[in-house]
Every structure is written in structure tokens, then in C-alpha cells.
Design a protein around this ligand. Structure first.
Ligand SMILES: Cc1cc2nc3c(=O)[nH]c(=O)nc-3n(C[C@H](O)[C@H](O)[C@H](O)COP(=O)(O)OP(=O)(O)OC[C@H]3O[C@@H](n4cnc5c(N)ncnc54)[C@H](O)[C@@H]3O)c2cc1C
Length: 518
């Protein structure tokens, strides 16, 4: 049952319940339970509305249970390796325990607590630890992310399960209701810690500072893994969930003859506006309404044959330094649960396919990765070889004027004034220039010199895919390797990576069950 209310009425539960009953033509005594199933804000017109989808249970009907996570007794002979403790790896481990398999997780980075010190070092001392940073460490790139939980994944049951497990491990139930659920960077570490503790308590293993350094293959199948260049450990199944920044894994697979392919990805800049300005635009000037959350936006346009779009918009957010090596710079964004910073940032990126790139040759798996790496290194050099990033005001960028000064930025390591057209490839900069003007027509006030562009936004998705069989989810040529999550090209965000982790383990469980029967 759908009802429409004013945002100021959202806490009036009695009013909401009665409005729903009226619309459903039900009497209160006929109903045993009810809930708000979905909540979404509609700010397209000046009369801003909140759409609520309500669910009622009548006498004799039972409300379905939240799918909580539950471990089975494990069979230690069924050991599977999981490389990476990001959303894909953690969900794979949790699912393995539900299926009675024994997950052994190897994570190159540190646990969430210890990781904080390395993040502080990037922000304050310009030092990047290549094993522990915003991308590497417990919880993966998801830990110090925004925790926006929307996904384009179509299977609602799967999405709900992934969200319900987050609630099981400590997230607020609101994420099950909001159309655009969001957890916030401040809340994610405790949830991830709870997941790890549950994995260990149920008999799984989680090893930190444990980096996959080599793989052993025999007759087209996995036979062993080497961690930190140590002794070979026998494994027949590995979930490879190392994320989009583990370049050494792509090089390793290529060296060992495991097929990988170049994949389309997107690259551009991170634009930062005052949040108040975005609120004014999106809420038609109604910026004092305490019932409206900091506004977000989504923009997309085709420019000269390539898509230019906003990516990972963070209302009330912070721009984060996400490099994984000292000689590169990378931006991304996060926000705390309250989204109460005065900045609104978003990636504005151009989508590029391998064949769009100047150095394209068929069968070169590294054409996109090389392009991405060069832009990151060029930006590092242009901004002074620290973690400062090259920056330019929006209109200055479009008109080719070096910015003389800047408003305050949320990017902690700092910014250097650079003409971004001189550091970004023309393929990208020319399209961005056109797109900003068009975006300014779509959102009046967006195209402004109050906005500062920080470069580059380059880790939007993996520049490489690791091909797998759509049924068995095993690598198309090597048995026992399960390419998983964002790094392998099968996810684009926390929830889709988590779902992919579950799917890979289900495929392993099915294979083990079949081979036990034969
Ligand atoms: C700042 C920031 C903000 C973001 N905001 C959002 C958001 O709001 N919503 C959203 O949905 N997504 C967001 N993302 C993207 C999201 O975090 C990723 O899509 C998601 O984490 C991918 O999950 P994954 O498990 O596939 O890989 P990852 O999270 O990248 O995890 C891979 C893990 O593998 C480990 N690893 C790599 N190589 C090795 C090795 N050789 N041996 C052992 N371990 C290894 C890494 O240390 C890492 O922990 C954000 C990302 C960043 C960086």
C-alpha cells in the first residue's frame, strides 16, 4: 500500500498507520502487524513529498522473518581459501560457514583498527602504505567508504539478504526501508569487526598481513597458494576477491598464464560544491526544512559518443586520498552517517572502453590499467609528488584559466592549482568540459566557480576482468579459481560485491556436493 506524506510527517507513526489503513480499506482490529517497507523522497517538484510503501498483516497471516546469518557445524576437510576481506570476501566467508565449509581468509592489509593509523598517515604526513590504505585492509574499499548501499542488482531477494546480514551484524534497520540506504564511514568498522568475530567463532580463520603472492596450477586446476612468499599451502578452491586496486594480482595471473581481459571503466575528476548550494538547487530553495536530508544528485549525458556521469555522490561528505602506491594520487569520497559536512562531492567520470584508448591493441589486457596508472602518476607529478592533488575551479577548467585561489576543500592532504586540461588526457578533459556546461543547464547553479575539481577520480571500477563460467563461476580455463567481486569485474559496489561473494561460495558448495556424490 503506497501513501504520500509531507517530510515533516515522517515521525508521526500513528498518522501513517491510519492513513495506510484508510487507503487499504482496513479496520485497525483486522491488522496484527504493519511496517514501512520502503521510503523514498520525491523532490522533483517544489511540493516535496515522501512516498511510503506500507505493509499490513491481517489476522492469520504471519510476517516473514528477517534472514539472519546462522553458521552450521563446519567440516574441516572442506577448506576453501578466500583472498581479500572486502565485502565480497567477508560475505563469501560468512556464506561458507552457513554451508558447513571452512573458510580461510587471507587479507594483505591490517584489521580495521590498525588500519586507521595508516589512513591518518596519508592524510597528515602524505605517506601511502602500499599494503594498508583506503583500498586495502579489513573490510576492503568498503570500510572507509560512504556505505551507500544501493545497487543496480535486479534480484531483490539477494539484495535483501545482503542488507539483512548487515543489520544482523549491527547496522540500523532503516537500511531495509530507505530507497537509498546509507550507513556512514563512522559505523562501518564496528559492523565489519562483528563479521570477523563471527567468522572466527564459527571455526573460520582470518589472517591479516597475509598477501597472496603466487598460485600453483596443475593440469588446468589450482593446487596451491603462496602467502607472503612462504611455503605452498594446498588449496583446490580459492575465491579471488582482491578488489579493483590489486594490480599485482592481475600481473601475477597474467604471468602464470591465467586469462585476464581489458575491461571498460570510467575516469574523471571529483567535483566538490558547497552542500548548501546543492540543497538549494535540489530542494528548490527550501534549505531550512529540518526534515530534508542533505541533498544528492545524479547526472548523466552522452558527450561525443561516450557517457559522462556522476559517480558515488556523497552529500555532506569528504574527498578521500585513495592511492595504493606512493607515486600516484587517486580521489574518492565518503560521508559519515549524519552527512553533516558542508561539502557535496561526486565523481564526474567519462566511461572508456579499451578500444577508445590511443594505445589499444586487441588482446592487450593492460590497456585500460596502463591508461589509469599513467593518469594517476601524471596527476601526482603535476601536484608536487605528494598526496596533494591537482585542482581547478569548475569554470576555470572549462575556460582554461589557472585558478588563483580556492575555497576550503575537504581533501585533507591539500590541493595544488593546476590547469587540469594539461594533465588529463584530451579524451577525458574535452568531454568533461562539455558535460559540466550541460549539467549546469540540467541543475541551475551547478556550473559554478564555487565548485572545485580534484583529479583524478580513477578507481571507479576494475580496468580488468577475470573471465569465469556463468554457471560454475569458475575461471573459464582454470578449475578451482573463482574470480569474485569488483576486481574481477562482477560487482560495482558494496552490496553487489557481497552478493557475488555469496554466489561464488554457493557454486563451490554445489561442486563439492556433486563430487562427494560421484
Ligand atoms: C572511499 C570509497 C568510497 C566508496 N563508497 C561506496 C559507497 O558508498 N557505496 C558502495 O556501494 N561502494 C562504495 N565504494 C566502492 C566499494 O567499496 C567497493 O565496490 C567494494 O568494496 C568492492 O568490494 P570487493 O570485496 O570486491 O573488493 P575490495 O573492497 O576492494 O576488497 C578487496 C580486498 O582484497 C585485499 N587484497 C588485495 N590483494 C590481495 C592479496 N594479494 N592478498 C590478500 N588480500 C588482498 C585488499 O586489501 C582488500 O581488502 C567506495 C570505495 C571507496 C574507496
Amino acid at each position: 500500500m503506497q501513501i504520500v506524506i509531507k517530510p515533516s510527517q515522517q515521525e508521526e507513526l500513528d498518522f501513517i498507520f491510519k492513513s495506510g489503513l484508510f487507503k487499504a480499506k482496513l479496520q485497525a482490529h483486522e491488522v496484527v502487524d504493519w511496517r514501512i517497507r520502503k521510503r523514498s523522497l520525491d523532490a522533483r517538484k517544489t511540493n516535496i513529498k515522501l512516498n511510503l510503501h506500507l505493509e499490513f498483516w491481517k489476522k492469520g497471516e504471519e510476517r516473514e522473518k528477517v534472514s539472519a546469518w546462522k553458521a552450521k557445524e563446519i567440516d574441516p576437510s572442506k577448506r576453501i581459501a578466500i583472498i581479500g576481506a572486502g565485502p565480497a570476501g567477508l560475505y563469501a566467508a560468512l556464506r561458507a560457514l552457513e554451508a558447513g565449509l571452512m573458510p580461510i581468509v587471507f587479507e594483505r592489509g591490517k584489521d580495521v583498527r590498525a588500519r586507521r593509523r595508516d589512513l591518518a598517515a596519508i592524510n597528515k604526513e602524505q605517506l601511502v602504505n602500499s599494503e594498508s590504505n583506503y583500498c586495502f585492509g579489513e573490510g576492503g574499499a568498503g570500510t572507509y567508504s560512504d556505505g551507500k548501499l544501493y545497487t543496480r542488482s535486479k534480484k531483490r531477494g539477494n539484495v535483501l539478504k545482503a542488507l539483512e546480514w548487515l543489520v544482523h551484524f549491527g547496522a540500523q534497520e532503516d537500511i531495509l526501508v530507505d530507497a537509498h540506504p546509507h550507513i556512514g564511514t563512522n559505523k562501518l568498522p564496528a559492523i565489519i569487526t562483528a563479521m570477523r568475530e563471527a567468522i572466527i567463532a564459527a571455526g573460520g580463520e582470518v589472517h591479516f598481513n597475509a598477501k597472496l603472492t603466487d598460485i600453483q596450477l596443475e593440469n588446468g586446476a589450482l593446487s596451491g597458494l603462496q602467502i607472503n612468499e612462504g611455503n605452498w599451502q594446498p588449496f583446490k578452491e580459492v575465491v579471488l576477491a582482491t578488489g579493483h586496486s590489486a594490480r599485482d594480482i592481475f600481473y601475477l595471473l597474467h604471468k602464470r598464464g591465467v586469462l585476464i581481459k581489458a575491461k571498460a571503466f570510467a575516469l574523471g575528476v571529483r567535483a566538490e560544491h558547497p552542500q548548501e548550494l546543492i540543497d538549494q538547487i535540489q530542494y528548490h530553495g527550501d534549505t531550512d526544512n529540518p526534515y530534508l536530508p542533505p541533498a544528492s544528485y545524479a547526472l548523466v549525458e552522452q558527450v561525443n559518443g561516450l557517457g559522462v556521469y556522476s559517480f558515488c555522490m556523497c552529500p555532506g561528505g569528504i574527498i578521500a586520498p585513495c592511492a595504493t602506491e606512493q607515486n600516484e594520487v587517486v580521489t574518492n569520497g565518503w560521508s559519515p552517517s549524519k552527512r553533516n559536512n558542508p561539502y557535496a562531492n561526486s565523481g564526474i567520470v567519462v566511461s572508456v572502453a579499451p578500444e577508445d584508448l590511443p594505445n589499444f591493441t586487441p588482446n592487450d589486457p593492460f590497456v585500460c590499467l596502463d591508461f589509469q596508472k599513467k593518469v594517476e602518476q601524471d596527476c601526482w607529478e603535476a601536484a608536487g609528488k605528494t598526496q596533494k592533488v591537482p585542482a581547478q575551479r569548475m569554470i576555470d577548467f572549462v575556460t582554461g584559466t589557472l585558478s588563483k585561489d580556492f575555497p576550503k576543500t575537504s581533501y585533507q592532504p591539500g590541493i595544488t592549482s593546476v590547469n587540469l586540461s594539461e594533465v588529463l588526457p584530451p579524451l577525458i578533459s574535452k568531454r568533461l568540459k562539455k558535460a559540466f556546461k550541460i549539467f549546469g543547464q540540467k541543475m541551475k547553479g551547478y556550473y559554478t566557480n564555487e565548485a572545485v575539481l580534484h583529479a583524478p577520480e580513477s578507481r571507479t571500477s576494475s580496468p580488468i576482468s577475470i573471465p569465469r563460467d556463468p554457471e560454475s563461476l569458475e575461471h573459464i580455463e582454470i578449475r578451482g579459481i573463482y574470480p569474485c567481486g569488483e576486481g574481477a569485474g562482477y560487482a560495482g559496489g558494496i552490496i553487489s560485491a557481497a552478493i557475488d561473494g555469496i554466489n561464488c561460495v554457493d557454486a563451490i558448495a554445489k561442486k563439492l556436493e556433486m563430487s562427494a556424490k560421484n
